[in-house]
Design a protein around this ligand. Sequence first.
Ligand code: CO8
Length: 375
Amino acid sequence: MHQPAITGTGVFTPSQVITNDELVAAFNAYADRWNADHAAAIAAGAAEPMQHSSAEFIVAASGIERRYVLDKSGVLDPAVMHPWLPERRDEEPGVMAEMGVDACRQALAMAGVEGAEVDLILCAASNHERAYPAIAVEIQQLLGAGGFAFDMNVACSSATFGIQAAADMIRAGSARKALVVSPEICSAHLEWRDRDCHFIFGDVATAVLIEREEDATGPRFTIRSTRCATQFSNNIRNNNGFLRRTRPGHMEDRRDMQFMQNGRKVFKEVLPLVSAHIAAHMEAEGVAAADLKRLWLHQANKTMNDYIGKKVLGREPLPGEQPNILQDYANTSSAGSIIAFAQHSADMTDGQMGLICSFGAGYSVGSVIVERRLG
Ligand code: CO8
């Protein structure tokens, strides 16, 4: 058996930003237009008027202040309300592969590893640009990597489940150098015309390079242990898929074919699930709260993270102990905890431990206990 370690991380951040004020202005213009178009139905009581959104509500309910997106022009156009992404010819790299490769190259450079040395690529993300060929296989080709590659999807927990899968394969010897890449184009999947959720998501891609610890040439994080769990729930759901055209109304942009959630229920049900999951994982590994120097949590909601941080540590987290990035990136699904890890881990000293934890649709929860090694 070989000991796996994270030796590199990368984050591709799109160049375009949408602030809450910009988002709310576009949404409210759309709502006014919709109300004007449906004035007769509203007056007859046959339709409910759309309510305005508010930047104050968004910050208070979620902690989100802005989000990066691949295209803001379509999202902020009240006549469009979704991103425009240029269509790629079959011969061109796909959008997910391109942003994933950028993140992978950063992770490889950090570890001093060439693409050709990689023998496993997992594209672990909430949505995939196409059903086949796998995005991971395209990334493998673009990086000049060998071995094998495949796509996987566990929604918000895709990256941590991917880390477990890759770490287990490195332990067993079926792979030696693995990239877990999570390109998340949440903007294409979000219903920007629904005030309950229009502020939630952003776009990004992350990559994590995992190697045999004995191959590492620089600072790294030993993967001490991983734990994944799932429990079925309909509270975060999307009914788009390959059966789409067999269903009535699919041509009319059916609401349930975009992101759907019962946010309140998710909030209430996921908190105890995650807290118990982390506690059981720590107990099984003999890790006490005092041993953990950092928590890199899923980035969906600040209040949720505050609650989980306090529950896990048994006290209010100190500044920097539980870094949030959601104020800048919003929820980026599986990439969120990895952005927090990539951007808030370089200062850790030899022997310090931390825990990465994702949670979301499924429900799914994935936790990874890591230990900093400098020598
Ligand atoms: N502006 C003003 N008012 C609003 C707005 C708005 N934008 N939206 C809602 N309101 C109103 C509501 O109508 C409601 O009014 P009333 O009390 O009169 O009914 C009031 O504000 C309160 O609304 P909520 O109860 O909905 O507000 P909450 O305090 O619950 O906050 C949140 C809503 C932020 C959504 C919160 O519930 C939350 O964060 N829940 C957890 C969500 C979560 O973690 N989900 C995980 C999803 S991510 C995931 O699993 C990945 C899925 C796959 C990826 C998909 C990629 C796109």
